[in-house]
Design a binder for this molecule. Structure first.
Ligand SMILES: [Mg+2]
Length: 266
């Protein structure tokens, strides 16, 4: 499918910036959503295109996901110099020592485990994904009423333990003892790298935090040079929208081609 001319023009402008961060969500952006989260795979050409972009001068590429770092690395097959930001910004592949949870957070994680086991027993078919700083309850593929009841129980846990950070998604809810959020993670990374512009694409509610944070970047010039893309339907604060994962890969290919032609010296 042909890209809208406004998106093509925005990609060309972005590609000509001296230094950029090209970041994308993984599930639902590069990899189609699947019932079993451990079976998700990137669409054809996606990771190869990101790797080629990362090889260009003045260009950093990052996968920014709600997933824990280890499964994100395994499922994406990403290798350096791609950066991996996992657990909504709680994990960063540049810090291999992982997380520093305090005693209180560790205790809360143990309590959360016990409480979620009870939720799964009450709502058979629900699945719990372990993350370093939290747990995710998945209800994809379940009868919608069963799924909704399970998610409601998980939200109730969030209300009982007020220091838990609750992040709802599509047929999924994450309960975390430490939380950064994709918005903070993206702006912090852009700041740290000192890039002129940030590209970000994603498909879910947590990605909306990213789009909003990049629009509100304290560096207003960088905010003006952002390029944000929502993958799929749903309300969005992103500047552009593409229908599906293969279309995002097309945008990334266009970015690669444009940056190869217009890349800065160096
Ligand atoms: Mg996603």
């Amino acid at each position: 499918m042909a890209q809208p001319p406004e998106l093509t023009a925005a990609v060309r402008r972005f590609a000509a910036l001296p230094t950029v961060l090209v970041a994308t969500d993984f599930d639902g952006a590069l990899a189609p959503l699947v019932t079993d989260p451990l079976r998700s795979r990137p669409v054809e050409g996606g990771m190869e295109t990101l790797a080629a972009i990362a090889d260009l001068p003045g260009t950093t590429v990052a996968l920014v996901s709600g997933r824990a770092l280890a499964p994100l690395r395994e499922l994406s097959g990403a290798t350096e110099p791609l950066l991996l930001v996992g657990s909504h910004g709680v994990e960063d592949s540049r810090r291999p020592d992982g997380l520093a949870l305090d005693d209180e957070q560790r205790d809360l994680l143990a309590t959360l485990d016990a409480d979620l086991r009870a939720v799964v027993e009450r709502h058979p078919g629900t699945r719990v994904e372990d993350k370093p700083a939290g747990r995710v309850l998945h209800t994809r593929g379940l009868d919608p009423e069963v799924g909704a009841a399970a998610l409601e129980s998980a939200h109730a846990l969030g209300e009982r333990h007020t220091s838990l950070v609750v992040t709802p998604g599509k047929e999924v809810v994450e309960l975390a003892v430490a939380h950064v959020g994709k918005g903070v993670a993206l702006v912090d990374l852009a700041q740290e790298l000192g890039v002129d512009g940030v590209f970000y694409a994603g498909d879910d509610l947590t990605d909306e935090q990213g789009f909003a944070a990049l629009a509100d970047d304290p560096d207003q010039d960088r905010a003006a040079r952002r390029l944000t893309v929502r993958v799929g339907d749903g309300e969005t604060g992103a500047q552009f929208r593409v229908p599906d994962e293969p279309s995002l890969v097309e945008v990334l290919r266009a970015l690669l081609d444009a940056r190869r032609k217009h890349r800065p010296a160096g």
